[in-house]
Design a protein around this ligand. Structure first.
Ligand SMILES: [Zn+2]
Length: 452
């Protein structure tokens, strides 16, 4: 790891994606980070973690103030400006013939590697790019801004996810554009993380395009997506693409072990439930989230002897367990609102309140997805046991439950139960009441796993 990365920073934790980590660190350090990134990779490859890490590095208040070291980087930046821009980052106006980044991962890597030879991010050829304002050593991990970003409570880092089953709402984009125009609340810049950017549909994306091309100074967009072939080319062409390599469960487990010092079996379970190494680290830190997973496992375990009333009661209890971690989020939001009450306009306060509401919804949804992921992971272990497959189970701590369920389940039954989980995920994504989705899933799993 380069010495310039502070050991406790979020960037330092990206050790499963060293190329991405070093690339972003260099971009930030040179003061020439792009104004719009597109992080591309499969789920669990750490894109969201990298987005928060970049946000921390950009907003750290211990970085040199803009303008203080201009003379230092002036000559270097002139050289970079004169260098040819690699094809992957060019592209630009819709009419341009420049190729957009290819969906093919190897092609992405090739272009990405090419960009590694630059000492900073290449700039978009239609816009002059950011002036090299300062040498920014990256996140110190100790200042107030760094700590707030690490806790994901920084008011100048905005996380967006689609709020409807069909993707981003027009209202979301409108709010975003209004917010972009406002000054940062406490940091020297603002960062917008746009998750599942492939769900930016043409009607919502068009409004975004101009801002994406020329955002106000000190605003950075980080879009996350799985592949460019499902994204609007006009969006792709305005961003610098950063490909993430897919991670195996083993690699992710090692990363979590490294970060937490907890036993491998527990780390493996956390990765399976939470989805990515950094989320797994957060998961293991939250007693409430760990308890919600236990409650879910217990509920599935109890299905063999459950009647209708038991299942309904169990779904209700599960919702309570899933909601428990939200209390802390709510109190943090309230504290931020109170801190900012005196110097924010009424409009800005209203926006902050709306954003808080959306964040709570998103956290609720991810809590539910996490609970469903724990069932999926449990059932996969059951399937492995039923099939007599080799390999280490994920839910070592509840191997008694896995054995009990596997004792009378059939392969077809477990497959149907896994199907029920997938349907529940689809229902939650379509905004069906989560409790109802969980009830239906539990009924379906009971039917699928019923002992003959
Ligand atoms: Zn800092």
């Amino acid at each position: 790891m380069p010495e310039s990365i502070a050991p406790n920073s979020l960037l330092a934790r990206l050790d499963t994606q060293p190329r991405v980590r070093d690339f972003l660190a260099r971009a930030v350090k040179s003061g020439r980070a792009s104004h719009a990134y597109l992080f591309l990779g499969s789920p669990g490859s750490g894109k969201l973690d990298a987005a928060w890490a970049l946000a921390q590095a950009l907003l750290c208040s211990n970085a040199s103030a803009p303008g203080t070291v201009l003379a230092h980087v002036g000559a270097a930046s002139a050289r970079i400006d004169a260098a040819p821009v690699p094809a992957a980052h060019t592209a630009v106006s819709p009419a341009s013939s420049a190729p957009v980044a290819s969906p093919d991962a190897s092609h992405n890597w090739k272009n990405f590697e090419k960009s590694q030879s630059f000492s900073s991010c290449a700039t978009n050829s239609s816009t002059p790019g950011r002036p090299a304002a300062a040498v920014n050593p990256g996140a110190c991990a100790a200042c107030d801004d760094c700590r707030r970003v690490a806790r994901r409570t920084h008011p100048d880092v905005h996380y967006l996810a689609p709020e409807s089953a069909t993707g981003y709402l027009i209202a979301q984009t409108r709010d975003l554009l209004e917010d972009v125009a406002l000054s940062p609340i406490r940091a020297r810049g603002k960062v917008y993380i746009i998750d599942r950017a492939e769900q930016l549909r043409a009607n919502t994306a068009n409004a975004l395009l101009k801002t994406l091309e020329e955002p106000p100074a000190n605003v950075t967009f980080i879009l996350l997506g799985t592949s460019t072939d499902v994204m609007l080319p006009t969006i792709v062409s305005r961003c610098q693409c950063v490909p993430f390599r897919p991670l195996s469960l083993e690699e992710s487990t090692v990363a979590v072990e490294h970060a937490t010092g907890q036993p491998a079996a527990r780390c493996r379970m956390a990765v399976a439930v939470a989805g990515s190494p950094a989320r797994a680290v957060e998961f293991l830190k939250s007693a409430d989230r760990v308890a919600a997973r236990r409650a879910m496992v217990r509920a599935v375990d109890a299905l063999a002897h459950a009647d209708e009333a038991d299942i309904l009661a169990s779904a209700k209890d599960l919702m309570g367990a899933i909601h428990a971690p939200l209390a802390e989020v709510k109190s943090t939001q309230q504290a931020i609102l109170e801190q900012n009450q005196d110097y924010l306009s009424r409009g800005a306060l209203k926006q902050l309140e709306d954003r808080n509401k959306r964040e709570l919804n998103a956290r609720e949804r991810s809590g539910i997805m996490e609970a469903l992921a724990s069932v999926r992971s449990l059932l996969r272990d059951v399937l492995m046991m039923v099939e007599g497959a080799q390999g280490s189970p994920v839910n070592d701590d509840v191997s008694d439950v896995v054995e009990r369920i596997a004792a009378c389940a059939t392969t077809a039954g477990v497959m149907r139960a896994l199907d029920a989980v997938a349907q529940a995920e689809a229902r939650v994504a379509r905004n069906i009441t989560p409790q109802l989705a969980i009830e239906v899933m539990l009924f379906d799993i009971r039917k699928a796993l019923k002992c003959p």
